[in-house]
Design a binder for this molecule. Structure first.
Ligand code: CTP
Length: 734
């Protein structure tokens, strides 16, 4: 039997590719692994049976002889089928438009750099003259439109456009296409969405989980119902209410997934109307808090009282990891941690090690960045610590953080903000949530949301509310909740960085959330400085090529510039670059290199000068960095022309290369294929750059010369003469 599969959390491109692939393998069965997207679920409710799309249950592995994988080449994304790949007898065919990942042993691999996998398959079907039904053509357009932003994304190619033209001719129903397609939010909607996310409150009404969120917009913004939809899609909840203040009114949009809460009834109490599951109201009120209170009491009086559902608060998890700490940490450091704990006891504050340090401790990776979270007053704690340890103290009052530098250690200290969490069942009862929990709940990934308590009685207790330890064991990058990337889009880059650093996979749900966040174009509202920091961090990792590829796959490179394409050319350049960097570091270990800058040169090298200008304008680079990037772009061809001559003099090599930074020269090395150019650059690295003249300005004065600008010319001439006095043969043999 032939089986066709795609990744978990399918989008329209994945769904369309499944159906298109079955046209090529007509006897194959499709195994659909589910989706989070509401519009796809709706499409399947409407047409799933007609298209014979079934789930993955009841498939007997022994019967499968051939597996056709579409829209991914990553084993980790194939849910229950990922184990099938150990079976070497299984024949695997892959169709994908993402740069290939090598972890699938495929017999056939069809990869094309186009906007959607559906485009690749449509093209094959067209060439094979295989007829399509109108419904199939419609679904295929949805697939291509979704992944190319209705042909507007920079990744769109001529083939995508051609495929659309062909599908329209095959009788696609464009009315249906618009019905199911979700369009990205505009800038104003994204701004409101972010405020909504930040203000989200969870309420429990007789066990129903209800979200209330509020935001204010200085101007009128249309179609805010789509925001309620976006929020509801991202979390599994019973109902959501959003209150948006615009002009002199407050707009309320409500969505419910349960008959127990009729949102139409709620909005009618507030002067609006609607159905059980979707309703809205325009409330004559200027104060958002007052509107919120009115809403809460309207919900209370509309709810059907049934048996309360149990709440979903995660159980608190604690586990001693002291023996691991003893094994992996230097004795001095452990002793220091005990001191911190005792000091915490003295001032009645709970003290925790958090974030990267805990993650790396559990992984067995050395990490000297110590981050502490204090339940209490972090600044007071920092003052006490610096007093007893005699260290330097820097305080940021506004953020309630401090840095203490004591001999051998630098410690970042933060104060856990106290937060309140509304308890299941009753309202408006409010119970305080422990601050460390609130602090951890705001972090990026489960593996970074771990803490170790240092107070004496709990010394060495690992706090893990979100399954971070399990994810470390399984090698997974997973967000804590579905709003994580909306809250902080830099995490889109961080996910890639951690996954490549530790060779972890990004969990399928998290990948889908990234894609969704990229589609919402959240980057545009980010400060370029923060994105720059994240990019620098990624490119400074030990081996950033996979990370760059992964960023391309997740469409993140478009944020640097939409014209950047990750194709074979860039891939090969990066490989050469990485090997040049390695060999340079082996030979000249004392050279300090800004690695990220060299990789950044490569990523941007195919841009036009004007485009590079846009990049430099968008991100904040130092003057030096800017000029290095510009020069590496501009001067290359002229330099190569001269450098590739065998007969070029040492002085000439020196004058060409000396004004350049090491980063630029290494970039040149990776770009040139000329043997002589490489040789000449090597001569410069090994010899010429160290040549100095013994004569100084003082010597010239002693000889009776009058000081002036001509001195530097004379000294330069002396240097060049000395360079040229090197016998060429000795240089050639370097
Ligand atoms: N963090 C976060 N969201 C971000 C940045 C940071 O939640 N956008 C949290 C994470 O819990 C992280 C901690 O802040 O562990 C510290 O951040 P940072 O120092 O940037 O990262 P580390 O995890 O320490 O990683 P690295 O080893 O690269 O320093």
């Amino acid at each position: 039997m032939d089986l066709i599969v795609t990744h978990t959390g399918a989008d329209f491109d994945a769904l369309a590719s499944l159906v298109a692939a079955r046209k090529l393998y007509p006897s194959a069965r499709i195994a659909f692994l589910g989706t989070q997207e509401e519009n796809i679920k709706q499409f399947l409710r409407d047409f799933g049976t007609r298209l014979k799309i079934t789930g993955s249950r009841g498939i007997e592995r022994e019967k499968i002889k051939r597996l056709i994988v579409v829209e991914t080449s990553s084993v980790s994304r194939l849910g229950p089928f990922k184990n099938f790949f150990q079976d070497t007898a299984l024949e695997i065919h892959i169709y994908d438009h993402h740069p290939p990942e090598k972890d699938i042993p495929a017999k056939k691999f069809v990869y094309k750099e186009v906007g959607a996998t559906t485009t690749i398959l449509t093209d094959i079907l067209r060439r094979k003259k295989i007829k399509l039904t109108s419904l199939e053509a419609t679904l295929f357009i949805l697939g291509i439109y979704e992944d190319t932003g209705s042909l507007s994304f920079p990744s769109t190619t001529l083939s995508d456009r051609k495929a659309i033209r062909f599908l329209i001719r095959q009788g696609a129903n464009l009315g249906l296409v618009t019905k199911y397609l979700s369009f990205p939010l505009n800038h104003d909607q994204v701004t409101i969405l972010k405020d909504l996310v930040h203000s989200l409150e969870t309420h429990y009404f007789h066990g129903l989980r209800v979200y209330i969120a509020k935001a204010a917009s200085p101007k009128y913004v249309g179609d805010i119902a789509v925001l309620a939809h976006s929020l509801r899609e991202m979390e599994n909840l019973d109902a959501i209410f959003i209150l948006v203040k615009m002009e002199d009114r407050i707009q309320l949009v409500a969505r419910s997934q349960t008959r127990a809460l009729d949102v139409g009834k709620v909005t009618r109490i507030l002067g609006g109307g609607g159905h059980t599951t979707a309703a809205s109201a325009s409330i004559k009120e200027k104060n958002l808090d007052k509107a919120r209170m009115k809403l809460i009491s309207a919900v209370q009086s509309s709810i059907k009282i049934g048996k309360p559902k149990s709440g979903t608060i995660q159980p608190k998890k604690e586990r001693p990891v002291l023996s691991l700490m003893k094994k992996r940490l230097p004795f001095e450091l452990l002793k220091f941690f005990r001191t911190l704990g005792l000091l915490g006891d003295e001032v009645h504050m709970r003290i925790f090690l958090v974030g990267g340090f805990v993650r790396d401790l559990l992984l067995g990776v050395k990490d000297l960045d110590i981050d502490l979270v204090i339940e209490g007053d972090g600044i007071l704690f920092a003052h006490k610590l610096s007093r007893i340890m005699g260290g330097k103290l820097h305080v940021h009052k506004k953020f309630k953080t401090a840095v203490v530098s004591v001999p051998n250690f630098k410690i970042d200290i933060a104060t856990a903000r106290t937060e309140y969490y509304e308890r299941p069942g009753a309202l408006p009862t409010v119970i305080p949530q422990s601050s460390i929990r609130a602090d951890l709940s705001r972090r990026d990934f489960t593996i970074n949301a771990l803490a170790i308590q240092l107070n004496r009685r709990h010394f060495g207790h690992l706090i893990d509310y979100y399954g971070g330890e399990r994810d470390l064991r399984q090698g997974k990058i997973r967000v804590l909740h579905n709003f994580s990337f909306i809250e902080d889009p830099t995490r889109i880059f961080r996910a890639v960085r951690f996954s490549e650093r530790y060779n972890f996979s990004i969990s399928p749900e998290t990948r889908d959330l990234i894609k969704r966040a990229v589609r919402l174009e959240l980057f545009e509202s980010l400060s370029p400085e923060r994105v720059r920091q994240e990019l620098v961090a990624i490119l400074n990792e030990e081996n950033p090529i996979k990370a760059i590829k992964r960023m391309a796959e997740l469409n993140e490179l478009a944020y640097i510039h939409p014209s950047i394409k990750y194709g074979r050319h860039l891939h090969n350049l990066l490989i050469r670059l990485s090997s040049e960097i390695k060999s340079h570091r082996r030979c000249f270990s004392s050279d300090l290199l800004a690695l990220w800058l060299i990789y950044f040169m490569a990523i941007t090298h195919n841009l036009t000068m004007a485009e590079l200008g846009e990049v430099l304008q968008k991100f904040i680079f130092s003057k030096k960095e800017r000029s290095k990037l510009f020069r590496s772009h501009k001067a290359v061809s002229r330099l190569f022309k001269v450098l590739q001559k065998a007969s070029i003099s040492p002085a000439r090599i020196y004058t060409l290369l000396h004004p350049l930074s090491l980063e630029e020269i290494i970039f040149l090395l990776a770009r040139t294929k000329s043997k002589f150019a490489k040789k000449n650059i090597n001569i410069y690295f090994k010899k010429l750059r160290y040549v100095r003249v013994d004569t100084t300005g003082h010597d010239l004065i002693k000889r009776g010369l009058k000081p002036g600008p001509h001195f530097s010319k004379i000294l330069q001439k002396l240097l060049l003469d000395k360079l040229n006095s090197h016998p060429r043969k000795s240089l050639r043999n370097l």
